[in-house]
Ligand binder design. Structure first.
Ligand code: FEO
Ligand code: CA
Ligand code: CA
Ligand code: CA
Length: 693
């Protein structure tokens, strides 16, 4: 993604190379496998799926439990914006822009909050933008590369006081260190700082006179790529996770490359480990649980394993087998990554739990279907790499108000197969399932136990013939219809000969959003019906609701590479983009889409409007609102990510121009000005109304 990397760095775009070389069995029901895109969109599939989506067949739902713990339901009911199935997008779309600040529609304003380096725990070390921060300071400051975010409202003032939990996906070393990164062997404090800039931040925030600030209270916490964690579920105690740190295979350290997130109906935060594989090196021969995920054979992404101190906490990133047994080295350390981790934001002393039953892959995020009283819960998660899969975990326990996170330790993990006729199936990855056993036998693949299946989730999904998707990013479940939406960001590796109805473009440069409805509106069902919500792209190669012969996108809403998607309480589907540099600045064969930003969509009519665009060279990722919908928190990740050391392509937000309106003055970009910092922006309407309506 940039040409400034040292030779021992991989590209800093956070993406993972394709490692799915499986030769899946073809679908049993492939009818029109090599249909051209036009035939797929306009042909016989239309009738099959038209009318299934949108207003038809609303679920009869129990009201979802409030996402915020410590909050009586009555308090939320009073302050919560009423849900609308068919929301009005009541703002004027902003044009394509590229400027070093946020651009917002008329009638909106914004402030920044918690930029990288903001002190949150005692003794609250101030961020020094000139001389830089140390590893010890970084451990007490907000991390870098903000991504998935959730707001947990507090009972005293749910719309003005809460806890933000957010992910810090990775670091740009050229921006993180004043003089750039030192070559390996890496100075210990640089490694310590990089590890501390990863992970999760838990930050209490409060609004005073319309302005949000950090509360220096006891909830604030940093969880990093070095924090001790516990393994729970079927993989706990497996031989595959035993290390010198935990000979019993019950504990590990750190969560890495936390991209999107989730939360639970019982008020906890879920952080998802995405492109963790590249942080490790294995020079002694990779077992399948390393090779299928792309663990490096030469060096770790940031060469943390070479830290000069040689301390155990850094050596563990070298997963070569060097000792007589797994309990004496770190050959299994990569197997402790790739999970969904549950964190209680209201208990700063709690140990984060890796919930292994939800599978091990490059988890983008996780989202649950609206809970239905007395029924199992379903959690959806995508594996963001080229030609990987979409998964669903269904709890064995049935929903009631007293549930806790332990219900995530028992249930069934499924992977999706999208048939070309618009139907779909969830295929169990369960060693006790007869179909799974048969598929594994026919493929000649052996699994020792369910822990082996879960550590090798990708292989298990290969075996059952899941559908290879165009890089599944965030999912979102419509709170009223139960329809599940997933962003498929792009896929340069899909050949035209390999298109299918669910991934109808090869190569897919601009991505699309797919959606499905579970049979009977039961999120735990094993069959579903799907269609495509939007094919992103330029005006000449895009379409909204293709199964309904919808229109192409226009200058008001062209976009590419959808990544973050989220439903707010007023029924708007928010879409965030993570386009490549060339798609942002022009020169891309697929078009010029301006800066990454955010659009709003009506899920029923397919109306889409551009709402926000961000500063130079950032990705817009992470969005959540207060319960009343009047305050929106949005993250700008890695502004200036094409920067060189001391020569930044963005100075946002510290040059002062946090946001502008479409005809507002351009902020001055100072070539050697302040270092760009990932940050959250807080968006409100100038008249105090609900954002988006
Ligand atoms: Fe970290 Fe898939 O984006
Ligand atoms: Ca990213
Ligand atoms: Ca993402
Ligand atoms: Ca992405």
């Amino acid at each position: 993604m940039n040409d400034l990397s040292n030779d021992w760095q991989v590209a800093d775009n956070g993406d993972e190379p394709m490692s799915n070389n499986s030769n899946n069995p073809e679908f049993a029901t492939v009818l029109e496998k090599r249909l051209s895109r036009r035939q797929v969109l306009g042909g016989s599939l239309t009738a099959a799926v038209a009318g299934l989506f949108g207003t038809a067949g609303l679920a009869n739902l129990a009201v979802a439990a409030p996402p915020g713990a410590k909050l009586p339901p009555a308090a939320l009911a009073n302050g919560k914006v009423p849900f609308a199935l068919n929301p009005t997008l009541g703002f004027e779309a902003i044009p394509l822009t590229r400027t070093d600040s946020a651009t917002l529609p008329y009638g909106y304003k914004a402030q920044t909050l918690i930029p990288w380096g903001t002190p949150i725990t005692a003794p609250y070390p101030a961020f020094d933008g000139i001389n830089g921060n140390t590893g010890a300071e970084q451990e007490r400051q907000v991390g870098s590369h903000h991504d998935g975010i959730h707001y947990f409202p507090m009972a005293d003032d749910p719309n003005g006081h809460g806890i933000l939990a957010l992910n810090h996906e990775y670091v740009d070393q050229r921006v993180l260190h004043v003089n750039g990164p030192s070559p390996r062997p890496r100075p210990t404090d640089e490694v310590r700082k990089e590890i501390a800039a990863h992970g999760v931040a838990i930050v209490e925030v409060k609004r005073t006179d319309g302005h949000w600030d950090v509360v220096r209270g006891s909830y604030n916490r940093r969880i990093t790529a070095g924090t001790e964690m516990e393994l729970t579920g079927p993989v706990r105690g497996s031989d595959l996770v035993k290390t010198r740190f935990s000979a019993e295979g019950t504990h590990t350290r750190g969560t890495i490359n936390n991209c999107a997130h989730g939360y639970t109906p019982w008020g906890t935060y879920l952080t998802c480990e995405e492109n963790w594989a590249g942080y490790f090196v294995n020079k002694s021969g990779r077992p399948r649980e390393h090779s299928r995920y792309g663990v490096s054979t030469s060096n770790g992404r940031y060469s943390w394993e070479t830290a000069v101190s040689g301390a155990d906490e850094y050596l563990r990133f070298d997963a070569s087998a060097t000792a007589a047994s797994a309990a004496e080295d770190y050959r299994n350390e990569p197997n402790n990554q790739g999970w969904i981790v549950e964190i209680d934001p209201f208990d700063p002393t709690s140990t984060p739990k890796k919930r292994t039953a939800l599978g091990r892959f490059a988890h983008e995020g996780v989202v649950f279907g609206p809970p239905q009283q007395g029924q199992p819960l379903a959690f959806y998660s995508g594996d963001d790499a080229q030609n990987e899969y979409i998964y669903k975990f269904v709890t064995k326990a049935r929903y009631h108000k007293g549930l806790t996170g332990d219900v995530l330790d028992e249930g069934t993990l499924y992977v999706a197969r999208f048939n070309d006729d618009g139907s779909g199936e969830w295929l169990a990855l369960d060693i006790n399932d007869l179909n799974f056993q048969t598929a594994a036998t026919m493929a000649g693949v052996e699994f020792k136990d369910q822990a082996d299946v879960l550590v090798n989730t990708r292989l298990a999904a290969d075996v059952v013939g899941a559908t290879k998707m165009d890089r599944p990013e965030w999912g979102a479940v419509h709170p009223q219809t139960n329809e599940v939406y997933f962003a498929l960001t792009n896929n340069s590796a899909r050949a035209l000969a390999d298109i299918d109805a669910a991934n109808p473009r090869g190569p897919n440069a601009t991505g699309h959003i797919i959606r499905w409805r579970e049979r009977g509106n039961r999120n735990w069902a094993t069959r579903f019906d799907w269609d495509i919500f939007v094919l992103a792209g330029p005006e000449g190669d895009s379409q909204v609701l293709p199964a309904q012969n919808g229109p192409a996108l226009t200058q008001d809403n062209i976009f590419a590479s959808p990544d973050g998607i989220w439903f707010d309480n007023s029924g708007i589907l928010w879409i965030q983009t993570d386009m490549s540099g060339s798609q942002q600045i022009g020169g891309s064969a697929s078009g010029d889409f301006g800066a990454n930003g955010m659009l709003a969509a009506n899920p029923v009519t397919g109306e889409i409007k551009r709402f926000l665009s961000g500063p130079n060279d950032q990705e817009t990722t992470g969005v959540v609102a207060t319960p009343d919908g009047k305050t929106l928190f949005v993250n700008f990740q890695h502004p200036g990510d094409r920067s060189g050391v001391g020569a930044f392509t963005s100075n946002w937000p510290d040059h002062g121009a946090v946001f502008r309106h479409p005809d507002g003055a351009e902020p001055t970009v100072v070539p050697r000005g302040p270092r760009p910092r990932s940050a959250t922006i807080v968006i409100t309407r100038e008249d105090g109304g609900v954002v988006g309506l």
